[in-house]
Design a protein around this ligand. Structure first.
Ligand SMILES: NC(=O)c1ccc[n+]([C@@H]2O[C@H](COP(=O)([O-])OP(=O)(O)OC[C@H]3O[C@@H](n4cnc5c(N)ncnc54)[C@H](O)[C@@H]3O)[C@@H](O)[C@H]2O)c1
Length: 302
């Protein structure tokens, strides 16, 4: 089924939670000339965003972006005035539980999202308006998602330099378990095991140890909320890693090396504004880079 083409107007954006991700998004949108309202329970985060041109207030309209820690996503709009026709999205690192909560409350007005960027820093002092440039941003297309609202959220991601991966919440959670949540746990395990090995081991640690453990500096509360919020897919992805570790070492090393040796080329694609076609693009490793009237342009592995 091909869905109707929505209007091209850029709606205002409201960001709730002005820390690393939300503060960066609000600042990037202001820099792109967009009207942005922001709110945070921390007055220091509000002041920092205001200094970057964000209008601080509790009246939220257009695209309302929830950028609080995962445990606060369900309550972040309490006491705030959300316009009846606003599209609500979030930046949370897990999508199925957030969809169950906010989807139940906002119905088809809710479109889940997750930008695949961020550093091990947190809080408003980690704001970087360039954070999203070149990043992938998953935007969820469920069977009940209204395509015009999906496009409004996708357009926010495109406006700050990200490319958009259409995906369902369940497929997102399985995929990020493998490429994000398990790497966080493996980094913690590597670091803890090296610390147990003693000061000599840590004293000799160099590039491979630093690369494999970079994310251990992340806020433990953030990582715990992420992996516990995505427990079943993360457990399955960890089992897959354990199975790999059971292979003969030469075979395992070859298999890993083969991933690095894969061709990196991409080819441009045009996809109609159709749920099945957009999801097929995401599943193939593709992403949307530009929105035109009746289709989107992007790229996928060659
Ligand atoms: N850090 C990453 O690498 C990363 C990457 C992608 C997505 N995310 C997701 O983005 C979201 C934000 O993460 P972050 O790293 O920016 O966190 P952060 O700790 O840097 O910022 C969170 C902000 O939310 C504010 N806040 C907390 N409760 C609030 C509430 N009830 N109402 C309003 N504001 C509230 C805090 O004061 C803080 O300023 C999380 O849901 C996380 O899963 C994080």
């Amino acid at each position: 089924m091909t869905l109707p083409v929505p209007t091209m107007q850029a709606p205002p954006v409201a960001v709730v939670g002005l820390g690393q991700l939300g503060g960066s998004l609000a600042a990037a949108l202001v820099a792109a000339g967009r009207t942005v309202t922001g709110w945070d329970t921390d007055p220091a985060a509000r002041d920092a965003a205001a200094a970057r041109g964000v209008s601080i207030g509790r009246a939220l309209s257009g695209v309302v972006v929830l950028a609080t820690p995962i445990p606060a996503l369900g309550t972040a709009l309490e006491g705030l005035d959300v316009a009846a026709d606003a599209t609500v999205t979030d930046l949370g690192s897990v999508k199925v539980p957030v969809l169950a909560d906010l989807g139940a409350r906002f119905g088809s007005r809710f479109v889940g999202g997750h930008p695949m960027c961020g550093t091990e820093r947190s809080g408003h002092a980690a704001t970087d308006p360039e954070l999203f440039r070149g990043a992938r941003w998953a935007v969820c297309l469920e069977p009940g998602t209204e395509l015009p609202r999906w496009l409004r959220v996708a357009e926010v991601a495109l406006a700050v330099g990200a490319s958009v991966v259409p995906v369902t919440a369940a497929e997102h959670d399985a995929a990020v378990a493998a490429v994000s949540h398990v790497p966080h746990l493996l980094a913690a395990a590597l670091a803890a095991a090296a610390a147990e090995a003693g000061p000599l081991a840590l004293g000799l640690a160099a590039g491979s140890f630093a690369s494999g453990t970079r994310v251990i500096g992340s806020d433990p509360g953030f990582v715990t909320a992420m992996v516990e919020g995505n427990a079943a897919p993360t457990t399955a992805a960890l089992d897959a890693v354990r199975a790999q570790l059971g292979r003969p070492w030469p075979e395992l090393v070859e298999a890993g090396h083969a991933v690095a040796a894969r061709p990196q080329g991409r080819r441009p694609v045009r996809v109609p504004l159709d749920r099945a076609a957009l999801l097929a693009l995401g599943r193939a490793g593709g992403a949307v880079e530009r929105r035109l009237a009746a289709f989107v342009e992007g790229s996928m592995p060659a």
